[in-house]
Design a protein around this ligand. Sequence first.
Ligand code: ZN
Length: 343
Amino acid sequence: MNRYRRQIAFAGVGEPGQKKLTNATVAICGVGALGSASAERLCRAGVGALVLVDRDWVEWDNLPRQTLYTELDALSVKPKAIALAEHLREINSEANLLTHVCDLHSENIHELFSTADCIVDGTDNFETRFLINDFACKQSIPWFHAGIVGASGQSLSIVPGTTPCFRCLLPDPPPAEQMQTCDSAGVLGPAVGMIANWQALEVMKFILGGSTAIDGSLRVFDLWRGDVRKLSIARRVATTQEDGCIACVQHRFEFLAGEQGTRAKPMCGRNAVQIQTSRSEPLDLETVAQRLRAECTVDVNPYMMRFQLDGIQWTVFHDGRAILTGTEDPDEARKLYARRIGT
Ligand SMILES: [Zn+2]
C-alpha cells in the first residue's frame, strides 16, 4: 500500500477506495493515443485488471502522441495490445492484463467485455461507439466516451438508465463524408493526453464513488484555444411525440444485433473482401473522392469510384458497399474502410 500512499491520502480515495481500484476490471477498446494513455493512468493508479482490445499494430506515425510505444515496437510491427501490456507490466507488475488482438464486433463483444465493470472508449470510429453503447445499455455497464481530432475533442461518461447515453447525444452515426478524422485533420499529442487523463479520472471517480459520481454532462475541449465547456444534455425519454432514445429507452440494440454497422465477407477465390454497410443516406462519392485525392488518383463515374491505396484496389458504390481487392482478411478490410471511407 506504500506505493499508493499519496493517492490514498486524497480524500476521495482512502484505503477503502484503493481496494475498490484493486478489485476493478476496466475494458479498454482501442489502445491508440487515447486508450493507451487512459490505460497507463489506470494501471499506475492500481486498477486490478485491464482488458486491452485493439486491431492495430504500432506504426511510426503513432510515436508523436502514443507515449508508451517505442521505435522498437514500430520496427517489430508489434500489435498495440501486446506492446501496451508489455510496457504496463514494467510499470505495475501486479496488474492483471488481458490482451485481445482483434476487431471488436457484435459477435465477440459479449465474450471480450463480460467481466468488465466499465468500458473506456479508445476507438476512432462511430460504428464501434454505437456498438459499445448498445452493449453497455443492454448490460447496464457504464462506459466512458472520448474522441479527438486536431486539438479538439469531447467526452461523455455514460451510466445507462441514469445519464444520457451516446444515442441520446447522437441518434445516428453522422455521414462518413462529413466527418473529419485524424487522417484528414491531424491530431496533437498533448491535446490527446489532456482528454485521456480526464477520461481516466472519470473512470476512477466511478470506481470510487459509483454512478452518483458521474454528472452526465458533455465536455467539449478546444485545447488550441484553451477552452473546456461543460454542456448539459438530456436523456431522450419517451414523450407523446417521440418514442425516446432507441438504445437506452426503447432497448432496441441494432448494432449489437448486427442490423446496423459494417459487415465484411471474403469473396471466394478473388483475393478480395466485400464490405456492406447499412446507410440511411447514399454515400456522396465526390466528397469522399475529394478527400482521398490528397493521397491518390480517384476515378468517379455515376455508379462507383475506384482508387488504389494501402496496397488495395478499392471499388466503392453509392450505397456504401465496397470491394477491396488485395486482401482476404475481413478485419483488415473493415479497418481500412473505417480509415479511408468512414463509418
Ligand atoms: Zn439514450
